[in-house]
Design a protein around this ligand. Structure first.
Ligand code: BES
Ligand code: MN
Ligand code: ZN
Length: 498
C-alpha cells in the first residue's frame, strides 16, 4: 500500500473515499462540518434523521454527497469528545480502515488524523495511524487454497494533518510507523506459521534473509558450536527433537563503533509439547506460538534497520523444539549451564528459561549496555495479567520505567512485577544449584528469578509475553506484540521519538 500525508480541505478531495469523524452525540468534527457546509447540510440532515449518533465503533458510508469531489464519504463515530483519548483514537482508525477495506474504494483520504488527542503529538497520531492501518489490513492466508476476497483492495491512503508546517515531522513519523508495522507483520507471519514449517532452521534462514536485506551481520551457531561453548542447558531442551537447534545472532551497527550494543534476546521454541512433562492435548497447537519472543526481536531489528536508527543493536535467538523422545531430557536430570551453574530439570515443560539462560550468558561477550529478553515464558503470567499487559521484570528501575513508558506510548503496554530476593528461595534444589521450577504460586516471578541468576553482569529486563503474543479462539493468531513497545523504546533511546 502507498501512503502519503497532506494538509487539505475534505470537500475538495478527488478521492474514492473521504473519511471524517463524528463525535457523540451528533457533533461533527471540523472536517465533517466543511463537507456539511459544501453539501448544503447533507451530513447534518443525515445525523438529524438518526443514522449516525457518533457512537464509538459505528460507521456510515455515503455516496454522491453533493458538491464534493470524492466518490464516497465515510462517517466514523468517535464517541464523546471529552473521552476521546489515545485508545479511542486508535479504535476509530481501526474501524475506519476496516470499513474502508469493505467498500470498493481503492484509495482513501483520512481526516481522523487531524483530530487532537490529549497529550499526544502529530507525530504520535501519524505513527499510530500507519501502524494501525497495516495491522488492520494484515491477512495470513498462505495456506488457504481460496483467499478471502477484498472487492478492490486499498492501494493508497492519505493522512491529513491540520497544518502544512508539521509535514516533515509527520512524514518522519509515518516512515517510523511503516517500519514498525513491517516488523510487526514479520513477527505475526513467523508466529502464525505452523511448527512443521517454522522450525529452528527456518528461523535461522529468516534471520539470514533479514540480514541480507539490510545492513545487518548474521551468525548461526550450530549444535557443535553450542557444545563447545558449554550451552548444556539450551542443548538439553533440543535433545528430544529431530530438528537441530540453532543459536541465531544478528548485529545491526547504526551507532558509533565504540558504543555498547543493546541486546534483545527472544525465546525461540518453535513448538513446545512440554517434552517428557507432556502438555495436555487441548489447545496444544497454540504452542507453535512459543517462538513469538524470537519473532518479536527479529521484527524489531528489521524495523530498526529500516529506520536506520543511530544505535547498535544485537539480537540473540536460542531456537529449538521441545519434544518428548528416547533421548529427551527427563525430570530429575541435572545439567551444567554455560555460566557454570547447575540446574535440576524438575519439569521439562519449563524449557524457555533453560534456553534463555545460556543465551543470556552468551550476551555477556558483547559487553551490552542493556539486555532485554522477550519470552512466552509462563502460563502464570496469563493468569496474573490476562491478555492486556505484558509482564515486565527488571534488575534496574530506570530501565523498567523506560520500557513501561515505551509501552504506553506504543499502546502496547507492560506492567511491572516484583523481582524481590524473597522469591529466589522458590528455586531451591536438593541436588543442584537451582531447580528449573518454583511451584504454582508466583509462577511468572520464579521464572524471572531463574533468569535473573544469569543476568548479574548487566542491566536487564525480561518481558513475559505469554498472554499478549497471540490471540486464541475465533481470532486465533499472532499479534506482533511487543514489537511496538520494543521499537518505541529504541526510537526513544535513539532520540527519534517526537
Ligand atoms: N510456553 C510455555 C508457557 C505458556 C503456556 C505460554 C501457556 C502461553 C500459554 C512454557 O514453556 C511453559 O510450559 N511453562 C510452564 C512452566 C511450569 C512448568 C513451571 C507453565 O507455565 O505451565
Ligand atoms: Mn513449556
Ligand atoms: Zn514454552
Amino acid at each position: 500500500m502507498e501512503f502519503s500525508i497532506k494538509s487539505a480541505s475534505p470537500e475538495k478531495q478527488r478521492s474514492a473515499c473521504v473519511v471524517v469523524g463524528v463525535f457523540e452525540p451528533r457533533k461533527l468534527t471540523l472536517a465533517a462540518e466543511l463537507i456539511d457546509k459544501a453539501s448544503h447540510n447533507t451530513l447534518s440532515d443525515i445525523i438529524r434523521r438518526g443514522d449516525m449518533e457518533g457512537k464509538a465503533g459505528s460507521t456510515l458510508l455515503l455516496h454522491n454527497v453533493p458538491s464534493t469531489l470524492c466518490e464516497r464519504v465515510l462517517l466514523v463515530g468517535l464517541g464523546k469528545e471529552k473521552e476521546f483519548h489515545e485508545k479511542e483514537y486508535c479504535a476509530a482508525l481501526r474501524s475506519a480502515v476496516k470499513a474502508l477495506n469493505e467498500t470498493g474504494a481503492s484509495d482513501g483520504t483520512i481526516f481522523l488524523t487531524e483530530t487532537a488527542v490529549k497529550k499526544r503529538s502529530i507525530a504520535w497520531r501519524i505513527r499510530q495511524a500507519a501502524i494501525i492501518t497495516q495491522e488492520t489490513v494484515y491477512r495470513f492466508e498462505q495456506f488457504k487454497s481460496k483467499k478471502s476476497e477484498v472487492r478492490r483492495p486499498l492501494r493508497k491512503l492519505t493522512f491529513i494533518i491540520e497544518h502544512r508546517n508539521a509535514l516533515a515531522e509527520a512524514e518522519e513519523a509515518m516512515a517510523q510507523g511503516l517500519a514498525i508495522a513491517a516488523g510487526m507483520a514479520l513477527a505475526r507471519n513467523l508466529g502464525n506459521l505452523p511448527g512443521n514449517v517454522c522450525t529452528p532452521g527456518y528461523l535461522a534462514e529468516t534471520a539470514q534473509q533479514i540480514a541480507s536485506e539490510h545492513a545487518i551481520e548474521c551468525q548461526i551457531l550450530e549444535r557443535a558450536d553450542m557444545e563447545t561453548l558449554g550451552m548444556n542447558s539450551l542443548l538439553s531442551v533440543a535433545k528430544g527433537s529431530h530438528q537441530p537447534p540453532k543459536l541465531i545472532v544478528l548485529h545491526y551497527k547504526g551507532g558509533k563503533s565504540d558504543e555498547k550494543p543493546l541486546v534483545l534476546v527472544g525465546k525461540g521454541i518453535t513448538f513446545d509439547s512440554g517434552g517428557i512433562s507432556l502438555k495436555p492435548g487441548p489447545e496444544m497447537d497454540e504452542m507453535k506460538f512459543d517462538m513469538c519472543g524470537a519473532a518479536s526481536v527479529l521484527g524489531s531489528i528489521k524495523a530498526v534497520a529500516q529506520m536506520k536508527l543511530p544505535l547498535n543493536l544485537t539480537v540473540i535467538v536460542p531456537a529449538s523444539e521441545n519434544m518428548p523422545g528416547g533421548s529427551a531430557s527427563k525430570p530429575g536430570d541435572i545439567v551444567t549451564s554455560m555460566s557454570g551453574q547447575t540446574i535440576e530439570i524438575l519439569n521439562t515443560d519449563a524449557e524457555g528459561r533453560l534456553v534463555l539462560c545460556d543465551a543470556l550468558t552468551y550476551a555477556e561477550r558483547f559487553d551490552p549496555a542493556t539486555v532485554i529478553d522477550v519470552a512466552t515464558l509462563t502460563g502464570a503470567c496469563v493468569i496474573a495479567l490476562g491478555h492486556v499487559a505484558t509482564g515486565l521484570f527488571a534488575n534496574n528501575n530506570s530501565l523498567a520505567r523506560d520500557l513501561l513508558q515505551a509501552g504506553d506510548e506504543a499502546q502496547d503496554r507492560a506492567w511491572q512485577m516484583p523481582l524481590w530476593e524473597d522469591y529466589q528461595e522458590l528455586l531451591k534444589s536438593n541436588f543442584a544449584d537451582m531447580a528449573n521450577i518454583g511451584g504454582r504460586p508466583a509462577g511468572s516471578i520464579s521464572a524471572a528469578c531463574f533468569l535473573s541468576r544469569f543476568t548479574k553482569k548487566f542491566e536487564w529486563a525480561h518481558l513475559d509475553i505469554a498472554g499478549t503474543a497471540w490471540k486464541s479462539g475465533t481470532d486465533k493468531g499472532a499479534t506482533g506484540r511487543p514489537v511496538a513497545l520494543l521499537t518505541h523504546y529504541l526510537l526513544k533511546r535513539a532520540g527519534k521519538l517526537h
